[in-house]
Design a protein around this ligand. Structure first.
Ligand SMILES: Nc1ncnc2c1ncn2[C@@H]1O[C@H](COP(=O)(O)OP(=O)(O)OP(=O)(O)O)[C@@H](O)[C@H]1O
Length: 684
């Protein structure tokens, strides 16, 4: 028997759906009309082309493009209505202000929906001011910030709904924030090959980040699975909604670790009704800067090299270049170069002579400019101020001669030459080693760019109004120094210091905070991805920290001890076949190195079609079995994770420990580990 409330709710749902259906039909009609209009206008233009003059043709083209614009807007609305029809809303708050006797019901959904005749809001967008009540308060006194000021009042009731394919699956009357049962249900579902939106179950501390409008720089340190990436993407959607007049999706840039990660998160914003955001990797940005100068090792190649080879020299080079002290030394070197690498000399020409002293005094006044611009300006100022004995101005060719002479007074013309000079100056030439002809190590890429900026200047990315940097722990102080020069806009910087894939070059939260002293920092410690059993296991591998696992239970992680390598490969085959029979969608076999991943791939040859290798070059994340390495899997998640070859020889260093932790925390529901011989000391 349905109780009275549920009957009421079903009636309201039917009412909203009727209105949505009607709007849908109207919009479909509009789309079809505007399609016809465009065809007609094009036909007219085509048939009458010869008779129309240029102005008429141009006017016609403008009409067509306006119709296309209008049509596109209608299609976008249509898509939103279709989405709402499947699941119109997920929450309701009944709120009354101090001056109202009765509470009004506010239904919260992924988009807003206003009844045309009455202009009554049947659904409020989750980003609207009033919707914050749903995320921030239990029943009782509450307030929200509206454009006209703070609105105080009382929440008299809160409800949550699960509406799927237009049908009410369940509703929960709750005095609580977001009822735990609903969150548990969401988290227990199987994974997708794309990240999902979390609008229905955003938690209060996450909502504070999403709706933060005051921080110019916001650092989010979040434990594995705490929702950092989800929250950052919802924050982007919120800012696009809040500042729709001044901010568009093309003003935002995400720096993400790899193409697969970009693909994995690519659906969240379109699901929220926003356009896709541009994503770029650090290396793409570096490539643009160093084009024509040199090639470089990638970050993943650097990590692979460290994992496969003990090379204390390489570790020392990476460590040195990952410190704040290194940036300080580079900057001190720039100061030194300003004074010592410019050797002013007399410029003696037939009609005019300039003394070294004159040259120096103009050069000195323009020290704030990049060297190249400084030299150009020095030459131009000298030339424009100079006069011949007859009081004449200099000719163009004389000016050019001064330019060439001044340019030659600077000792280094090429960034790479200047960069090498830094190591000579520091008396540590062993800290710079080319990898090959015109090929530099990854650790040298950003310091070289930093010096190139000093030497030649660089074009800042002024169009970007908000920068999002994910996996912040993987970037070094010199990378942040370069990023700050490129992007002077607002920034959201997120990551987890416990999930570094290269222990020698990772940045701690303290380091990042020191680099951005004005930034606000928020820490998220509740972890949502994995079951309690998996998180407890992972915490034993990487102890310390304040991670709080969600109270969701599953099978304890299983450790398979094998007699031989062959036996271990057999165990992997069985686990994979078991997965294919289970209801899970994704399984990650997460290895330490690429070579191991290839071995596993060979062992699973018989499951072809269900198995995918996820490597540096991969662009997509697929359903089924993914064989990959920890450093490629970060940011991703799988229903089930298997970590092979966790023996004492393979997982022994601090870096291995961190990679093992990353691999374990990718698992949502099930985790298995295999090894042969002696188990890794990092295993609980
Ligand atoms: N409020 C929430 N409601 C429902 N699911 C959530 C919520 N917060 C996080 N999750 C889920 O938890 C998982 C982890 O989220 P996300 O990948 O954003 O975390 P992360 O902190 O970036 O993780 P990591 O650093 O380990 O890669 C995802 O499946 C996400 O949907």
């Amino acid at each position: 028997m349905l109780n009275e409330r549920e009957t009421e709710e079903r009636e309201y749902l039917a009412h909203v759906q009727k209105k949505l259906q009607r709007t849908l039909a109207e919009l479909e009609g509009k789309v079809s009309d505007s399609y016809q209009d465009i065809i007609e206008a094009k036909k007219y233009l085509w048939v009458n082309m010869a008779q129309l003059d240029a102005a008429e043709r141009a006017a016609n083209r403008v009409d067509i493009s306006l119709s296309i614009d209008a049509g596109e807007k209608t299609v976008a609305r249509l898509q939103k209505i279709r989405k709402l029809l499947g699941s119109p809303y997920f929450g309701r708050v009944d709120f009354r202000t101090m001056r109202q006797p009765d509470a009004g019901a506010y239904y919260i959904g992924i988009h807003s929906f206003v009844e045309e005749e009455s202009q009554h809001h049947l659904i409020y967008d989750w980003r609207s001011p009033v919707a914050s009540l749903f995320y921030d308060y239990e029943t009782g006194p509450a307030s929200y910030f509206a454009p006209m000021g703070n609105v105080d009042g009382e929440i008299t009731a809160k409800r949550q709904y699960k509406i799927k394919d237009g049908a009410l699956e369940y509703m929960i009357e709750s005095s609580m924030n977001i009822h735990d049962d609903v969150l548990q249900k969401e988290l227990s579902s199987t994974s997708d090959e794309k990240m999902k939106n979390i609008v229905a179950t955003i938690q209060q501390e996450q909502n504070a980040i999403i709706r933060n409008e005051t921080s110019n720089e916001l650092i989010i340190q979040g434990a594995a699975g705490s929702g950092k990436t989800s929250v950052a993407l919802h924050r982007v959607a919120y800012l696009l909604y809040r500042y729709k007049e001044t901010l568009s999706s093309s003003d935002i840039l995400i720096i993400s670790p790899n193409k697969v990660f970009s693909d994995y998160i690519s659906n969240v914003l379109p699901e929220l009704g926003e356009e896709k955001i541009m994503e770029v990797g650090m290396e793409e940005l570096a490539e643009k800067e160093l084009a024509g100068m040199c090639r470089f090792q990638t970050f993943y190649e650097q990590v692979e090299e460290l994992l496969n080879r003990d090379d204390p020299g390489s570790v020392e080079r990476i460590r040195f270049k990952a410190s704040r002290e290194f940036v300080r030394q580079l900057e001190a070197f720039m100061g030194y170069a300003d004074k010592h690498f410019f050797e002013p000399a007399d410029i003696l020409m037939d009609r005019v002579q300039l003394s070294a002293q004159q040259v120096w005094s103009v050069y000195e006044r323009n020290m704030q400019l990049p060297v190249k611009h400084r030299l150009e300006k020095t030459a131009l100022l000298l030339a424009s101020g100079a006069r011949t004995d007859d009081g004449e101005r200099l000719t163009k060719s004389e000016t050019n001669k001064i330019k060439t002479a001044v340019k030659k007074m600077y000792k280094y013309q090429q960034p790479l030459g200047l960069y090498k000079a830094f190591y000579a100056h520091a008396n540590q030439p062993e800290l710079f080693k080319m990898k090959g002809k015109s090929l530099i190590e990854y650790a040298d890429v950003f310091p070289l760019i930093y010096l190139k900026m000093y030497l030649e200047g660089s074009a800042p990315y002024d169009r970007v109004k908000h920068l999002l940097v994910d996996e912040m722990q993987d970037y070094t102080p010199v990378q942040y120094a370069v990023l700050s020069r490129w992007f002077s806009c607002k920034k959201t910087i997120l990551g987890d210091s416990k999930q570094s894939v290269n222990a020698y070059s990772s940045s701690t939260l303290q380091t990042i905070k020191a680099i951005f002293p004005q930034a606000d920092t928020i820490e998220l410690s509740k972890s949502y991805r994995s079951t309690l059993e998996i998180m407890e296991f992972a915490k034993e591998i990487q102890p310390g920290g304040t991670i709080i696992p969600i109270d969701r239970h599953g099978e304890p992680p299983r450790i398979h001890t094998c007699d031989s390598h062959e036996h271990e490969l057999d165990a992997l085959r069985k686990l994979s076949e078991g997965f294919l029979q289970s209801g899970y969608h994704t399984m990650g076999i997460i290895c330490k190195t690429r070579a191991q991943a290839r071995q596993v791939l060979d062992a699973l040859n018989h499951l072809q079609g269900n198995v995918h290798l996820l490597d540096f070059e991969s662009e997509q994340f697929h359903e089924g079995i993914t064989v990959t390495c920890s450093h490629m899997a970060k940011g991703l998640e799988f229903d089930q994770v298997v970590i092979p070859f966790v023996d004492a020889a393979c997982y022994r260093s601090e870096m291995d420990r961190s990679l093992l932790y990353i691999a374990c925390t990718r698992a949502m529901h099930a985790l298995a580990i295999t090894y042969t011989g002696q188990r890794s000391p990092w295993l609980p």
